[in-house]
Write a protein that binds this ligand. Structure first.
Ligand SMILES: Nc1ncnc2c1ncn2[C@@H]1O[C@H](COP(=O)(O)OP(=O)(O)O)[C@@H](O)[C@H]1O
Ligand SMILES: [Mg+2]
Length: 261
């Protein structure tokens, strides 16, 4: 298999006052090049810790994490990270925020402007390019954070509950926009969510994790073609998949093989 991201027997523990807490216990997962996977699971099961390792922000205690066959030793521009909190610079405009990452990458002013414009256009913020974050809605701020990541054009997008704070309508719009973008420029995407519907709608595979200790509980293939449509979202096949993922997340102590549609 052509793995873009590879977690090999990854373990992470945290020392608490008088005990050791196992946040991840022997997690192995291969994510293919240009694959879109979502990660769901109960709060505290280690989703963010796992993604943090791919981002180079968390170091495993045991095992290895590789991107493109090379061990991850820290953050890098080929891996864009988007968190739930927008993390925009309040004193910079939308354009300024998007160009900021490109400045770090050492691009010329002209190239920065061009790339920022494309990314802002892609997320539908062209009319707000000169606005400051405080004048934007939550959905627009998150679009700006996404544009900033897209502009750098990373091969890997690591998204940790990026739409978690948004209203249902904005969330569905951003899901479609993200899939549109991904269809135009295929990237490898690892997307954490607590929304089962979102997990199924976006992914080719849904990774379901379990807690205490954090581990992979089940992997569910989503055999629906791209582009995903509203019709698909309302189809019986989708409902069946949603049930399966729901059961795997919320009924982990029950048998998993027979979920009624
Ligand atoms: N720096 C840390 N120190 C101690 N415990 C931590 C630390 N980071 C995470 N944890 C614990 O590890 C577990 C997994 O955390 P996290 O990866 O954030 O879970 P999730 O994203 O699935 O909700 C949680 O129980 C959390 O409290
Ligand atoms: Mg988390």
């Amino acid at each position: 298999m052509n793995s873009k991201i590879s977690f090999q027997n990854v373990t992470k523990t945290f020392d608490l006052k008088d005990s050791v807490f196992t946040a991840l216990d022997d997690v192995s997962l291969e994510i293919e090049d240009q694959e879109f996977v979502t990660v769901v699971g109960p709060s505290g099961c280690g989703k963010s810790t796992l993604m943090g390792m791919a981002a180079g922000l968390v170091t495993p205690d045991g095992g290895q994490v590789e991107v493109d066959g090379a061990p991850v030793t820290g953050p890098g521009p080929e891996r864009g990270v988007i968190f739930q909190q927008y993390a925009l610079f309040p004193w910079l405009t939308v354009r300024g925020n998007v160009e900021f990452g490109l400045k770090l990458a050492g691009l010329s002013a002209e190239e920065r402007r061009k790339r920022a414009e494309q990314a802002i256009d892609l997320v539908g913020l062209t009319d707000f390019a000169d606005a400051l974050p405080k004048t934007l809605s939550g959905g627009m701020k998150q679009r700006c954070a996404i544009a900033r990541a897209y502009a750098v054009d990373p091969e890997v997008l690591l998204m940790d509950e990026p739409f978690g704070a948004l209203d249902a309508l904005t969330r569905v719009q951003l899901q479609d926009q993200l899939l549109d973008t991904w269809t135009q420029q295929k990237r490898t995407v690892m997307f954490i969510t607590h929304d089962v519907d979102e997990a199924v709608y976006l992914a080719r595979r849904v990774i379901v994790m379990a807690a205490r200790p954090g581990r992979i509980f089940r992997i569910i293939d989503v055999d629906l073609p791209y582009p995903r449509t509203e019709e698909m979202r309302l189809s019986p096949e989708f409902a069946q998949l949603r049930n399966e993922v729901w059961h795997a997340v919320y009924h982990q102590d029950e048998p998993q093989d027979a979920v009624a549609a």
